[in-house]
Design a protein around this ligand. Structure first.
Ligand SMILES: *[C@@H]1O[C@H](CO)[C@@H](O)[C@H](O)[C@H]1NC(C)=O
Ligand SMILES: [Zn+2]
Length: 447
């Protein structure tokens, strides 16, 4: 931890002298906002042993200084979830939930130019830290936007909740999954959730309205063992390799659609081989003249909401793991593609959903632009809300920024960070002043 301390005084100087002044924030507000962001980034919340207590204490103190109601829920021991509230003038309106996770993924310190918890700012204004993109930026931007809105005297019509949740990076089981099942959650009457998105290398912000469901699958093969010199049918390896060839052809066809620009990454079924396991071990390696009687392969399959899950599972059962070839399959994880009402677990992202229109309008008013709505290629906590039929968009306002989540030297430029605060100011204003009902509310009423 100590290795980055000597930089701190230098950092503070850099912060002071290079602070830019975007339209909405004064230069001193910008400087203060950046240093609060750095403070949050410096808390070690890396999996597998995040300092959640420190993060919760920091968030709570921020909430206090802004004047937000706060409570820390411990739905699972040792996994605090901080729930903040800015009450609206009309609490009967469905509320807005701004969600972010406090944990970050681990890192290899020696691959970084600056220590991942230094939050060092380089001469071009890049803030380097694990979590600078994923997603401590967003959590702090929510708070900074509210701080500014409160200063200007704005007060929302609907209630706003802000959650800082644990364990997203390890599946969210002790975080949002537990939260959505709690009695507290049921009383929040949430109309819309905003959660994380991805950086955009281009000038348009990315917006996600659904995500692919992970199907982590193991295919096991059995076959007659035999001498390594003998050619025969029905060995475990041969039976499995036939499947691997078929899966590879399917993978290539899906990938070709992406390469040809016919489909986006989030709209195809992706399959990647994550392990192969076979052979008869010896102390120094494997027996070389024996064909083993068992073999298995692990697959990370991601299924888009547009796919037909039944057809895909049929293909798995009949083509990739047929019992006729002595193969079996097992799901290690199989997230449903549909919500609890049996509908695809996506949030409507066209003008028939007023939330979507308002969001686009708000971003535009703040001088930004949203790209075409996308399916998130991996998983986020947003899926737990969508599974309940609650509309949720994934959005992290980072344009002109390389996608560095989970990568070495993750950074976010100070200007993009500050710009994002203004984007959320505009979003909160727009979404909390809207009084109409949404199609999702209507369709829920129908059920
Ligand atoms: C499957 O296993 C059975 C029983 O061991 C064997 O008779 C049969 O030939 C095997 N089939 C294939 C395709 O390997
Ligand atoms: Zn994340």
């Amino acid at each position: 931890m100590n290795q980055f301390l000597p930089h701190l005084s230098l950092l503070i100087l850099v912060t002071v002298f290079t602070a830019v002044k975007p339209s909405g924030l004064t230069s001193s507000e910008a400087t203060a906002a950046v240093s609060r962001f750095q403070e949050y980034l410096r808390i070690d919340t890396a999996q597998p042993s995040p300092d959640y207590a420190k993060a919760a204490a920091f968030i709570t103190s921020q909430a206090e200084s802004i004047g937000l109601e706060s409570q820390t829920l411990e739905l699972v021991a040792g996994k605090p979830l901080v729930l903040l509230k800015w009450p609206g003038k009309q609490s009967s309106l469905p509320s807005l939930l701004l969600n972010s996770h406090t944990d970050v993924v681990p890192f290899e310190t020696d691959k970084w130019a600056h220590h991942p918890f230094s939050a060092a700012i380089d001469s071009s204004g890049r803030i380097y830290a694990r979590g600078s993109q994923d997603m401590k930026c967003v959590g702090m931007q929510y708070l900074e936007a509210i701080r500014l809105l409160k200063k200007t005297g704005f007060s929302p019509d609907r209630d706003i909740y802000i959650t800082f949740v644990p364990d997203e990076e390890i599946g969210g089981h002790a975080g949002v999954e537990a939260f959505v099942k709690s009695e507290i959650f049921k009383k929040l009457n949430i109309g819309l959730v905003l959660d994380e998105g991805l950086a955009s290398p281009g000038p348009e912000y990315r917006l996600f309205y659904g995500e692919r469901s992970p199907w982590w699958t193991v295919i096991r093969s059995k076959g007659a063992p035999g001498h390594g010199a003998k050619l025969y049918d029905g060995s475990a390896m041969e039976n499995l390799l036939k499947s691997i060839e078929a899966i590879k052809r399917f993978r290539t066809a899906q990938f070709d659609l992406v390469k040809a620009g016919v489909k986006a990454e989030g709209d195809v079924v992706s399959i990647n081989f994550v392990y192969l396991k076979a052979g008869t071990p010896t102390p120094t390696g494997f027996v070389m003249n024996l064909q083993p009687s068992e073999a298995e392969v692990g697959l990370d399959i991601r299924v888009p909401p547009s796919a037909d899950p039944e057809a895909l599972e049929r293909r798995l059962a009949e083509e990739w793991a047929p019992s006729s070839r002595n193969l079996t399959y097992e799901f290690k994880q199989k997230v449903p593609v549909v919500d609890i009402y049996g509908k695809p677990a996506v949030t409507v992202a066209d003008s028939s959903n007023p939330w979507w229109s308002l969001l686009g309008e708000a971003v535009k008013k703040a001088g930004g632009k949203l790209g075409k709505p996308e399916i998130f290629p991996a998983s986020t906590d947003a899926r737990y809300f969508r599974e309940l039929g609650i509309p949720a968009f994934g959005f992290s306002p980072m344009a002109n920024t390389p996608i560095l989540l989970h990568d070495h030297n993750e950074f976010l430029s100070k200007d993009e960070y500050l710009k994002g605060i203004e984007i959320y100011e505009s979003i909160i204003k727009e979404l909390t002043s809207y009084h109409g009902s949404t199609i999702d509310e209507e369709s829920k009423a129908e059920l």
